[in-house]
Ligand binder design. Structure first.
Ligand SMILES: NC(=O)c1ccc[n+]([C@@H]2O[C@H](COP(=O)([O-])OP(=O)(O)OC[C@H]3O[C@@H](n4cnc5c(N)ncnc54)[C@H](OP(=O)(O)O)[C@@H]3O)[C@@H](O)[C@H]2O)c1
Length: 183
């Protein structure tokens, strides 16, 4: 992406579709090793952790892209609450009832896509990187999501994990995108 953006002179924009749910994660519950071991797995907790990890990833990658003077930005968005197939595993009366209660807060699919489109295409977001957006506005994320050290640690742990896994994989199956540990 860095090469392409340099060649085309068009800014690359990466967007992580995160969620406001990221703020449910407490510092004491965000441990890389625990996330991988699968013990006491809870789907909702894992979802919230993954959304927090996406914002931390945005923060660290934005820092690295900036250090490289890259013509590429990366941001995170919360699309809002949208009744999509995300509830595929929880269809039923209780879910219908909860959506009915929350109906005033719900967005349509187009409304849900608007913040992503704004960050991907908007003039105001040109050059903006490492931020979190809600309702087409830059917004605050949780203090844990803003923690630079946490972002760096997660980045390094993820790289170490991927490299270990790729070394274990049969020869020829590792992709060249993993040949360098950083952007
Ligand atoms: N809906 C909400 O209220 C809400 C709120 C906050 C954040 N979000 C975030 O918004 C994003 C989009 O969610 P959504 O609500 O649109 O959910 P969705 O209706 O379940 O759509 C998810 C999409 O991702 C694709 N997908 C899932 N796993 C994949 C994989 N391993 N490889 C490639 N594609 C994969 C699915 O493809 P298939 O259809 O082919 O399975 C589907 O097109 C998610 O990151 C979600 O966490 C949603």
């Amino acid at each position: 992406m860095i090469d392409t953006s340099n060649k085309t002179r068009i800014q690359g924009r990466i967007i992580n579709v995160s969620s406001a749910v990221h703020s449910w994660v407490k510092r004491t519950c965000f441990c890389f090793k625990d996330m991988l071991n699968g013990k006491n797995y809870n789907g909702t907790r894992a979802y919230a952790q993954s959304k927090l990890a996406m914002i931390l990833h945005v923060k660290e990658m934005a820092r690295q892209l900036k250090a490289k003077n890259a013509r590429v930005t990366i941001n995170a968005v919360h699309p809002g609450i949208v009744r999509t197939e995300i509830i595929r595993a929880h269809k039923g009366l209780i879910t219908d009832f909860l959506f009915f209660i929350a109906s005033k807060l719900l967005k349509t699919v187009s409304q849900g896509a608007s913040t992503t489109c704004y960050v991907a295409l908007g003039r105001n977001t040109e050059g903006v990187s490492g931020k979190y957006f809600i309702d087409c506005n830059e917004s605050d994320c949780s203090s844990l999501a803003n923690d630079e050290l946490e972002a760096k640690t997660l980045w390094n742990d993820t790289n170490t994990f991927l490299h270990k896994r790729l070394q274990q994989a049969p020869t020829g199956s590792s992709s060249s995108i993993f040949s360098t540990p950083y952007v």
